[in-house]
Design a protein around this ligand. Structure first.
Ligand code: ATP
Length: 328
């Protein structure tokens, strides 16, 4: 058995146990409080976004999870291990992809992965099989013998996902993985990150690009001044921050009368006009039926009625507008 194979229920976390468990975590740099008593649990197969403005404490939290900086107080368990006391066990179960993944430019994709796999103690035959499978999954098989220095940034990030797969990591920590990628490469990488769920890998994804976080994350944790101020699914955050968890796009050939009618429907919290006859409605519940019935009853034409997710961007902006207001 290779060294990185999870060897017991202790290393994988017992069924239903979170693979990451952070309790009352604090980090002080002198008088500066970088992380101020956070709690966070992440289950196997969950993708959790770490959001927040610069200096909010995300990187410091990641460094503590990796055992690269010591907590001032509180506790961390990653797959049952304390990163400061069991750094090797944590290294074996966690894959960390920083903003810019550091592969050797002069080596091919296969040589880079082989090097990483050997460092992780994976036996040779097993390693070659895992590399074949991983390179196939990240669609780099055809270029696996090319030097990584010739790869685009998108290909290098995909090679980073291959590293997660060959290590059979239980946790992947991705720091701004889509930075500098074009839309197509971004889409492909997000799809690959999503597939990690089916391997039971817990993913922490730190990013400032909110629509990408929303596209891939099950939950988000919003950091501010060293604390997690909001945490949950986008729907639950929308309910907390916007007072409305359901969104509907309405299209009609009529304009002003529809806008007026929508604001009068029970449960509707806001109506935003996106263009002529185009409205974005936020409501406390799924009001599509009610909208359809009300518009038809008033003889107003309905061309489209689509459910939309409330936007994380709007939640973020509204939360911080509120926080600034409170501090003012
Ligand atoms: P960003 O989005 O810019 O990466 P972040 O949320 O990751 O920000 P951190 O890098 O964790 O934030 O920083 C949290 C706070 O701790 C900041 O005020 C930062 O200046 C401070 N800090 C971080 N590292 C150190 C250090 N080594 N010494 C002193 N202060 C530090």
């Amino acid at each position: 058995m290779s060294m990185i194979e999870p060897s017991s229920s202790e290393s994988t976390g017992a069924a239903g146990e979170p693979v990451i468990r952070v309790r009352g975590l604090r980090k002080h740099y002198g008088a500066k409080v970088a992380v101020d008593g956070i709690h966070l649990s992440v289950d196997a197969g969950e993708i959790v976004g770490l959001l927040g403005p610069n200096g909010a404490g995300k990187t410091t939290t990641i460094l503590m999870l990796l055992g690269l900086t010591e907590a001032t107080s509180g506790s961390i368990e990653v797959c049952g291990f304390d990163p400061m006391h069991n750094p090797l066990e944590v290294k074996r179960t966690v894959a960390y992809l920083p903003d810019s993944v550091g592969f050797y430019d002069q080596l091919s994709a296969r040589e880079n992965l082989r090097y990483i796999g050997r460092l992780a103690g994976i036996a040779s035959n097993e390693l070659e099989a895992r590399m074949d499978e991983a390179l196939e999954r990240v669609r780099l098989s055809a270029v696996a013998r090319n030097r990584v220095g010739t790869f685009s940034r998108g290909m290098q990030q995909r090679l980073g996902i291959a590293e997660v797969l060959i290590k059979r990591a239980r946790v992947a920590i991705l720091d701004e993985p889509t930075n500098g990628l074009d839309p197509q490469s971004t889409y492909e990488l997000l799809e690959m990150i999503r597939t990690l769920k089916s391997d039971g890998i817990a993913v922490l994804l730190s990013s400032h690009i909110l629509d990408r976080v929303q596209a891939v994350c099950d939950r988000v944790a919003l950091f501010h001044q060293g604390r997690i101020e909001l945490e949950g699914s986008v729907e639950s955050l929308a309910a907390q921050v916007l007072g409305a968890s359901h969104g509907v796009h309405v299209q009609s050939s009529a304009d002003a009368p529809v806008a007026q009618c929508l604001t009068e429907i029970a449960g509707v919290k806001s109506v935003v006009t996106d263009g002529p006859g185009l409205f974005r409605v936020l409501a406390e519940s799924d009001v599509r039926d009610l909208i359809a019935r009300t518009l038809v009853a008033r003889d107003l034409p309905v061309l489209r009625l689509d459910r939309i997710e409330p936007s994380l961007d709007e939640i973020y902006r509204r939360h911080f507008a509120g926080a600034q207001h409170e501090q003012a």
